[in-house]
Ligand binder design. Structure first.
Ligand SMILES: Nc1ncnc2c1ncn2[C@@H]1O[C@H](COP(=O)(O)OP(=O)(O)OP(=O)(O)O)[C@@H](O)[C@H]1O
Ligand SMILES: [Mg+2]
Length: 397
């Protein structure tokens, strides 16, 4: 079940949203409504769900409604219309007291401008959530110190925010959000104020933390590279409406409209797309068959080549011709022995990393995962097809 379930949420800012809402439903645009009534459409008919453990990125230009959307998730903003369920709970029905508990226990928020308390030390900032929860000082400071260490700031516990660089301050922000062990982490442009190098380091750290913590993260950015790097799925907002929701590969390879297309057109696909998103299923896997069995299997499957994987691992490729020749020679080698060594590649490798192997290999390259199983094959043709710039593809059609 989805952890976060947003259903038909519309937000109109202004004192009398009803009329603007009716106009919106009648097809009026955000600009028209603003001009007519001075009401601003923040979001219009947004439905989406976020699965437990995923990093869900919301992307869009300035003013597209990203902050408005994330602020609905802990009810810093109430919708004009629509429903929001978190963990099956209708959060719009929470009493003030329940809402406080929900915010305190279920969610943590990291802001763009760090939002640290200037007169509190690093440790006190990180421990803040536990403090308002009423945890005794020793216990909360112990936990806070662990989180300070996790984000790499040991030694800075007693410093004040202004004594830290931007990147360090944002790590304090992250540690503070994580310290209460919330299920959901809401990050609104959390890395946008950082310079590119530090920003990249923060992205690495988040990915590394996430691989251990498996939080559900809603991450807002206006930066496509960041979205592609962090997102398990990406939602693209335009003028308060959803243009597309998809995996990075889906967004890159199959943009839903011109807005998304404009976003993705200059992306270096070779670096973003992974082998598993474009590989083909394995045609034929051979283990320790006899040559005759291997030949029969190749004939039955119509396969000209087979990929040999046995207890010793990936052994390489055999062709049907080679099997035939070996049978004819009566010298009795095993399938393993006539396999020609060939490169393999990991499913998570980027196409840029995979390209040399695909170009140098006579056969499609075997895609072998960490457990040693054959997940698929990849040839230079597939790589070439997805790397060809969109403009050329259009011209070719
Ligand atoms: N409190 C508010 N009152 C009136 N209008 C608002 C309010 N908050 C947001 N808006 C409007 O709602 C729309 C969406 O704003 P929002 O802040 O969600 O955009 P954003 O995608 O987060 O932009 P940015 O990238 O600049 O942070 C904008 O047109 C904005 O003017
Ligand atoms: Mg914003």
């Amino acid at each position: 079940m989805a952890l976060i379930d947003v259903r038909h949420v519309t937000k109109v800012f202004g004192s009398r949203p009803e009329r603007a809402l009716a106009r919106l439903k009648a097809g009026a645009s955000k600009e028209e409504i603003l001009a007519e009534s001075n009401h601003t459409v923040g979001l219009y008919d947004i439905s989406l769900s976020v699965e437990p453990g995923e990093i869900f990125v919301v992307m869009g230009l300035s003013g597209s409604g990203k902050s408005t959307l994330i602020r609905h998730l802990n009810r810093l903003i109430d919708p004009t219309e629509g429903e929001i369920f978190i963990d099956g709970m209708d959060i719009l029905k929470l009493s003030i007291r329940e809402l406080e508990a929900f915010r305190r226990n279920k969610t943590g928020m990291v802001f763009q401008r760090f939002g640290l308390f200037p007169h509190r030390t690093v440790l006190q900032n990180v421990a803040y959530g536990l403090e308002i929860r009423g945890e005794p000082r020793a216990a909360r400071e112990e936990k806070a110190a662990e989180w300070v260490a996790t984000v790499g700031l040991t030694g800075y516990e007693d410093q004040y925010p202004e004594q830290l660089s931007g990147g360090m301050q944002q790590r304090v922000g992250l540690a503070r959000a994580l310290c209460t062990d919330p299920e959901i982490l809401l990050m609104d442009e959390a890395f946008s104020a950082l310079d590119p190098l530090i920003r990249g380091q923060m992205q690495d750290q988040l990915i590394e933390l996430q691989s251990r913590l498996r939080k559900t993260i809603v991450f807002i950015t206006h930066d496509l590279d960041e979205a592609l790097r962090l997102g398990d799925r990406i939602a693209i907002l335009k003028d308060g409406t959803l243009s597309q929701i998809g995996t990075p590969a889906e967004i890159l390879l199959d943009p839903a409209d011109d807005y998304v297309r404009a976003f993705v057109k200059d992306v270096n696909r070779a670096r973003v797309l992974t082998v598993e998103t474009v590989m083909k299923p394995p045609p034929l896997r051979l283990t320790d068959e006899t040559l005759e069995q291997a030949l029969a299997e190749m004939q039955r499957r119509g396969a000209e080549i087979g990929y040999v994987l046995n207890a010793r691992g990936y052994r390489g490729v055999v062709t049907r011709d080679a099997v035939n020749a070996a049978i004819a020679s009566h010298s009795g080698p095993t399938v393993d022995e006539i396999a020609v060594g060939a490169p393999s590649i990991a499913p998570g490798a980027s196409l840029a990393e995979a390209l040399p192997a695909t170009l140098s290999s006579t056969f499609p390259v075997a895609v072998i995962d960490a457990a040693g199983s054959l997940e698929g094959i990849l040839s230079a043709t597939e790589v070439g097809e997805v790397l060809m710039p969109a403009r050329q593809l259009e011209a070719a059609e």
